[in-house]
Design a protein around this ligand. Structure first.
Ligand code: SF4
Ligand code: SF4
Length: 439
């Protein structure tokens, strides 16, 4: 019989029994779950994991390696939430379960490095992230990366490190907060009062997407508040179970975004937008932050959601291309933003949008999943790339930085000659300036 480890004291973050009891075991979520699809094991399905969490929460089962593995095997893609007729909030259950796991002896060394050090002390600190990104830029662009791969040195850091290193996004030459002004006022009429999240990784690794988003907002007559001292929104830390860091970051962000008046807080990253929309409920009982958090959450809009709803006056250039759209999980499943990006893209003259089979199926990026669960992530990516290949599209459009990088990597792996672009980039290329005085 397997030797049982002693029970680690639970932290009390697992949901109450009545929340866990919402699952009626109907199994409708199973067909949408990438990990169940891979294993066909009940334990790797949403229903199976809910049973596990319930057993641990009730004290009927000890926290174990098996439990930890299953919680980390889940992508937290939340496709099961979309499928669930009972409205089970599975995402918050698995995130709470990860808090328990990460505070137990069952946390793996790689997970510890990624979650406890990288997400907390690097991504969670603007200053440290910039220092780290500069070093990474040097490593990626001055021959070091080639040397460690050529000599095989990279393999000393772990079995999959060579591929994980290739998968990392390229650091931008200039970070977006160095060229995006804190306040932008259009020369013409102010049509919309907006603020913009430049984010953490978006700022240092996807500065071009931030530039395109900001320029696009300028073109349609937005006043844009982009605070220089904004920090990471905390979404990656929360999805990986570090609520303390996530909530501290969220509070800082609420403070800086409460300094100016605006009607919309624009996000171009699915995970960040989804998490900022939760601030209101996270801080509902916090007397100091509840009002400001609620107000901030009510203003958050994904860039495609904003453009679809507001339908601003736009003059387009023609774009004679065939493209397809991949739904990022935190847009489709968490924010229920599915039709809006398609509506916005369908307005571009000449652009032939072809449907992508299983477009809402996760690409395997899932925050840090492609590092921590690299091999499984690649199996899930293979399925996505097969579907992309079948569209014959020259452009894959997706609204989340993690998905962009994962699919770009997949395109190389699969020799698919498709560019991967953010909707803001596609739009910025074809939207004409609305003002004579332009830049
Ligand atoms: S979040 Fe995704 S991987 Fe996890 S149980 Fe739900 S569908 Fe499966
Ligand atoms: S669809 Fe919802 S209620 Fe049905 S098994 Fe899945 S989580 Fe439970």
């Amino acid at each position: 019989m397997e030797e049982r480890k002693p029970i680690k004291k639970l932290l009390g973050v697992l949901p109450d029994d009545d929340v866990l009891a919402q699952c009626i075991h109907c199994g409708l979520c199973l067909a949408t779950c990438p990990t169940y699809e891979l294993t066909k094991l009940e334990i790797s399905s949403p229903r199976g994991r809910i049973r596990l969490i319930k057993a641990v929460a009730r004290g009927e089962m000890e926290l174990s390696q098996k439990f930890a593995d299953e919680m980390n095997f889940c992508l937290d893609c939340q496709a099961c939430e979309t499928a669930c007729p009972a409205g089970v909030k599975y995402g918050s259950m698995v995130e709470a379960a990860r808090v328990e796991v990460d505070n137990s002896e069952f946390i793996s060394p790689l997970t510890k490095v990624v979650k406890k050090i990288a997400l907390k002390y690097i991504v969670g600190s603007k200053r440290n992230l910039k220092i780290f990104a500069r070093l990474l830029y040097f490593y990626q662009n001055f021959g070091l990366q080639k040397i460690v791969h050529f000599t095989g040195l990279i393999k000393l850091f772990g079995k999959n490190m060579g591929e994980i290193d290739k998968l990392a996004p390229r650091v931008s030459k200039k970070f977006s907060d160095t060229f995006i002004p804190e306040i932008f006022n259009p020369n013409g009429e102010v049509k919309y009062k907006t603020a913009m999240l430049t984010g953490c990784l978006m700022n240092v690794m996807f500065a071009d997407v931030n530039k395109d988003t900001h320029e696009l907002l300028q073109k349609i007559g937005c006043q844009i508040y982009t605070p220089k001292d904004q920090v990471c929104c905390g979404s990656m830390q929360a999805h990986n179970g570090d609520f303390e860091t996530a909530h501290n970051l969220a509070k800082q962000l609420i403070k800086v975004f409460s300094r100016e008046e605006y009607d919309y807080l624009i996000s171009n990253s699915a995970g960040c937008g989804a998490f900022m929309k939760e601030y209101g409920s996270i801080f509902k009982d916090d007397p100091e932050y509840s009002e400001r958090a609620k107000s901030l959450s009510s203003k958050v809009k994904d860039i495609t959601e904003f453009l679809s709803e507001e339908n601003p006056e736009i003059v387009y250039k023609t774009l004679e291309q065939t493209a397809t759209y991949h739904d990022a999980c935190h847009l489709a499943h968490t924010q229920k933003i599915v039709s809006q990006p398609r509506t916005v893209l369908s307005r571009i003259p000449g652009l032939n949008m072809v449907p992508l089979e299983e477009s809402t199926w996760c690409c395997g990026s899932a925050g840090t999943y492609n590092i921590i669960q690299h091999e499984t992530s690649m199996k899930i990516l293979d399925r996505k790339m097969e579907n992309i290949k079948n569209t014959g599209a020259g452009i894959v459009i997706t609204g989340n930085p993690g998905c962009m990088r994962q699919i770009e990597y997949g395109a190389k792996r699969f020799k698919v000659a498709a560019k991967v672009l953010h909707p803001a980039t596609v739009l910025n290329r074809v939207v004409e300036w609305n003002y004579k005085e332009k830049k």
